[in-house]
Write a protein that binds this ligand. Structure first.
Ligand code: GLN
Length: 307
């Protein structure tokens, strides 16, 4: 790990000139973000931080929020309840696909795609007089060890243009996967996607999963240990959607991307990795982040199949 900071800096230099991809434009506010932002960070289970680039630049979690809220739903309802409603199979489809709801048992294939994640958000309810949004914000606050907030402009932007996600939610209602609080559940989903964090925060969230759910700095058990493997196995098989197979083959780590341009990856028992750069490919993955994480994993032999 001695030269990790130097290597991370080299990755920033190597890929900064790569202008492939585009900002997500279906959420207009995301298209306004500076495409040059690029940060990468590693946080170990002992809380050591290595980083380079624009690591203090905030961005919205987007789909990187999905595994964490899934974990929260598991804690709240148990495995049986959740599995009866949302599957654990990769869909082989794009993250925002609606077709698979017409197939199978009319259940979302998994919680890492939009249909499954919207269902999962609907199961997070007010509890002990704490509102559902506050519970979700507290959850992310626990993972990063400081309070977090919602980017209101990104939230409003997505809410206004979310015709596809709204269709998914109504189809979920039609098949009795979710209840009548459709708009409220969508709002919660859009807000969890709009939570602001930076690259070191995201690597810290990944490190918490690497550390069996214990936040490396606060030492708080943020998610029950028994559910961490549920989250990681689904990140591994479904976290990168229709490139999950390619990712498993070339990288070999549980991971999750978000259309803001972030990716987190988990090296169980060792460290969390995160990268952020807004230009994304047609699958919704940051081009620079994919390349940088691939190089890092290769250099340090981090694949779970190589340990
Ligand atoms: N909020 C985004 C959406 O629902 C998240 C998608 C993503 O990051 N892949 O479309």
């Amino acid at each position: 790990m001695e030269y990790m900071n130097v290597f991370l800096e080299e990755l920033i230099q190597k890929y900064s000139s790569d202008k492939k991809g585009a900002q997500a434009s279906y959420i207009p506010e995301l298209a306004k973000v500076n495409p040059d932002y690029f940060g990468i960070a590693v946080v170990t289970v002992d809380g050591d931080v290595y980083s380079a680039g624009d690591i203090e630049q905030n961005f919205t979690l987007q789909s990187a929020s999905k595994p964490f809220v899934y974990g929260m739903a598991l804690e709240e309802h148990g495995r049986e309840f959740i599995r009866a409603r949302v599957g654990v199979e990769p869909s082989g489809e794009a993250f925002n696909s609606i077709v698979e709801l017409e197939k199978n048992t009319h259940r979302p294939y998994n919680p890492m795609i939009n249909s499954g994640a919207i269902a999962i958000s609907s199961y997070i309810q007010d509890k002990d007089k704490i509102k559902r949004l506050e519970r979700v914000l507290n959850l992310f606050g626990d993972y990063v060890n400081h309070p977090v907030s919602v980017d209101e402009a990104v939230f409003q932007s997505e809410k206004k243009t979310a015709h596809r996600n709204r269709s998914i939610a109504h189809l979920l209602r039609h098949f009795d996967v979710i209840g009548d609080d459709i708009e409220e559940s969508l709002d919660l989903y859009f807000k969890q996607c709009s939570v602001l964090i930076n690259t070191v925060d995201l690597a810290t969230m990944a490190a918490t999963l690497a550390n069996n759910g214990v936040q490396p700095k606060s030492q708080k058990q943020v998610i029950k240990e028994e559910y961490v493997s549920d989250m990681l196995s689904l990140m591994f098989t479904c976290g990168m959607y229709d490139t999950a197979g390619e990712w498993a083959y070339t990288v070999g780590l549980p991971a999750k991307s978000g259309v803001s341009g972030c990716i987190l990856a988990v090296v169980p028992g060792k460290m969390g990795i995160a990268a952020y750069s807004p230009l994304i490919d047609q699958h919704g993955h940051s081009v620079r982040s994919v390349n940088a994480i691939k190089d890092l994993v290769k250099k340090y032999n981090l694949s779970i199949f190589k340990s």
